[in-house]
Design a protein around this ligand. Structure first.
Ligand SMILES: [Zn+2]
Length: 298
């Protein structure tokens, strides 16, 4: 997903707030990490059980919240695709997408039917189609799904992906920077299993709470060097900020096996240097995390 709300949007005033348990493990025990935003009522807490940082109280997940949280999403592919060809940025992103598709193929054993949840304006679907996959995308925004269909002639459905009727089940699900926006991610894991073929894989990308810069910023804040209001997260639409420990536990609880994980930077040229290997594959200090998982229970 593209960038959504920024620090300037933190004055979004919700109609109502709700106290919630940990959205990943259901744990009831947590400690306050940070309060910020509108009247300093936005609160991030850290779950004592799985360590995820999550909002509670958080804005009630109603239509007003959803519209505000997504209103600044891009409705154009100009950044990646202009006048019928890839832009410089588009070439970089296409390289990364092809790399992801290769990894999926390696795990699944073939190029097959792919579902993208939160397909935005369809650039990943286009690359997948060009690479001879059979992709279907779903996008909550009708405007973005329309752009995808018109510009790239891909199948992009509008609405809630859980409510859709699909012509078949899938060999792979791709869901990039979406699940941290969802109030009940555990229900999605059940749905993933329902639409996957046996041996199918889910590729999930999420932010990394334990990236090196976030660890450093938290340290500076703790020792009092950094006194300004800390805005490490996108709010209010990121309902939680996962770390690897929380995600591993989440997958296990929900009956999924972790096949592969690594972190990656905001811009990746697809090259794996020794430094990249150490930083992202071994230490896993990058800003974003990617997970490949497969159901263990059916
Ligand atoms: Zn938890």
């Amino acid at each position: 997903m593209a960038t959504t709300l920024t620090a300037s949007n933190q004055e979004f005033k919700p109609k109502a707030w709700e106290e919630v348990p940990c959205p990943l493990c259901g744990g009831k025990n947590s400690r306050l990490l940070e309060q910020f935003g509108y009247q300093h009522r936005y609160s991030y807490r850290r779950c004592s059980d799985c360590q995820v940082a999550f909002q509670s109280p958080r804005p009630t997940y109603d239509q007003g919240f959803v519209e505000t949280a997504y209103e600044v999403y891009s409705t154009s592919n100009d950044f990646y695709w202009k006048n019928g060809q890839l832009t410089e940025q588009g070439k970089i992103v296409a390289t990364e997408f092809k790399h992801i598709l290769e990894e999926i193929k390696e795990i699944v054993g073939r190029k097959g039917k792919l579902l993208e949840i939160g397909c935005n304006t369809g650039f990943f679907l286009k690359i997948a189609k060009d690479e001879n996959w059979e992709p279907i995308g779903v996008e909550i925004s009708n405007t973005m799904a329309e752009v995808a269909r018109r510009q790239f002639e891909v199948q992009a459905l509008a609405g809630d992906w859980v409510q859709q009727k699909y012509p078949h089940s899938f060999d792979a699900i791709y869901c990039s920077h979406v699940i941290e926006h969802i109030p009940d991610p555990r229900s999605w894991m059940k749905q993933f299993r329902a639409v996957l073929n046996p041996g199918g894989v889910v590729c999930l990308s999420v932010p990394n709470m334990n990236s090196i810069d976030r660890i450093f910023k938290r340290f500076l804040k703790r020792i009092g060097v950094r006194k300004d209001r800390w805005q490490p997260w996108q709010t209010p639409d990121h309902l939680y900020e996962p770390c690897e420990k929380s995600m591993r536990r989440f997958f296990k609880n929900e009956g999924f096996q972790l096949i592969r994980t690594y972190t990656y930077p905001s811009q990746w040229l697809g090259r794996v240097s020794l430094w990249h290997r150490v930083f992202h594959f071994w230490l896993r200090w990058g800003a974003k995390q990617r997970y490949y998982i497969t159901p263990t229970q059916r």
